[in-house]
Write a protein that binds this ligand. Structure first.
Ligand code: THU
Length: 128
């Protein structure tokens, strides 16, 4: 399933709309019911309106009714990691999420935990 998730992220990356940065990113999230939702970054001529690939994938999943995301695969050129804002959005839907990294060809290159990327996160528990 991990390999499949990374491949889905690499495939989504091909749809990236990044005419300004030319930095194409792909992502895929796996929900607890086994579904995969993909995303790519979508830039805008009004630069701050850009949405990262990870967030597109999360919002697609949530808008389809998903709530628990168990893993995310990200394909960032040069092996980058999710930005801080995306870490926070991912945290909302499972702080224990597995984070997979893949290359542009869709090969799994490494993995991490969201808790490592965003320790001591502010999240839903803070509002209870
Ligand atoms: N980007 C992502 O899609 N995900 C990240 O985690 C980091 C940055 C996108 C946003 C923008 O379109 C481009 O990469 C350059 O920042």
């Amino acid at each position: 399933m991990q390999a499949k998730l990374v491949k889905a992220g690499a495939q989504a990356r091909k749809s990236a709309y990044a005419p300004y940065s030319k930095f194409n990113v792909g992502a895929a999230v796996l929900t607890d019911d086994g579904r995969i939702y993909t995303g790519c970054n979508v830039e805008n001529a009004s630069y701050p309106l850009t949405c990262c690939a990870e967030r597109v994938a999360v919002y697609k999943a949530v808008s389809e009714g998903a709530r628990n995301i168990i893993a995310v695969a990200v394909i960032v050129p040069g092996g980058g990691t999710p930005c801080g804002g995306c870490r926070q959005v991912l945290n909302e839907f499972n702080p224990d999420m597995l984070v997979l990294y893949g290359d542009e060809a869709g090969n799994l290159t490494s993995s991490s935990k969201l808790t490592t990327l965003l320790p001591d996160a502010f999240g839903p528990h803070n509002l209870k």
